[in-house]
Design a binder for this molecule. Structure first.
Ligand code: SF4
Length: 166
């Protein structure tokens, strides 16, 4: 095993850990996991669990903007029944950033559409299944610190980006 493999921060649910709000995982196909493990040191994180939220937990969405707006103080993360869980999302994102920095991660593979991990779209806060462009709370913080983020539909692009540097 090469000790020079780059570190990849990865959503724990994409590695098969049952940490999602509904108590499920979203693991990748074995061949994709093997390809990732071959090229990267995998650093799993679940920002929502790191922020102290339980499994399972109520579904939450960013209301009033996206993750960037949460960091600007103009949006909140709310559950469908009106509980403000912004502080836990912020705490978990900061924990994930510290982990990424500790392992010198410049790349991340995060679960699409999540209010924490989404990198291109998130649900729009109406709890109606509608999405809006924008990053989740953790993705926004990682992005602000120069970490390039891919989602599970972009694994080939992620692998190619590394292969092209070899
Ligand atoms: Fe997966 Fe991220 Fe949600 Fe945790 S916060 S369950 S890692 S999508």
């Amino acid at each position: 095993m090469s000790t020079n493999k780059p570190a990849l921060l990865i959503s724990a649910c994409l590695l098969g850990e049952a940490v999602r709000y509904d108590g499920q995982a979203k693991g990748q196909a074995p061949d994709q996991q093997a390809a990732l493990a071959e090229r990267f040191r995998l650093i799993p994180t679940c920002p929502e669990c790191a922020g102290g939220l339980p499994v399972p937990r109520p579904a939450a969405e960013v209301c009033g903007g996206d993750g960037a707006a949460v960091w600007q103080g103009t949006a909140q993360v709310m559950t469908a029944d009106g509980q403000d869980v912004t502080a836990a999302f912020v705490r978990g994102a900061e924990h994930s950033l510290a982990l990424a920095q500790q392992h010198a991660c410049h790349l991340a593979l995060l679960k699409a559409n999540s209010p924490s991990c989404g990198n291109r779209q998130i649900y729009d806060g109406s709890f109606s299944g509608q999405r809006q462009p924008g990053e989740g709370v953790c993705s926004s913080l990682l992005h602000q610190h120069g970490i390039k983020i891919f989602n599970e539909a972009e694994i080939e692009e992620l692998l190619h980006s590394v292969d092209n540097k070899i």
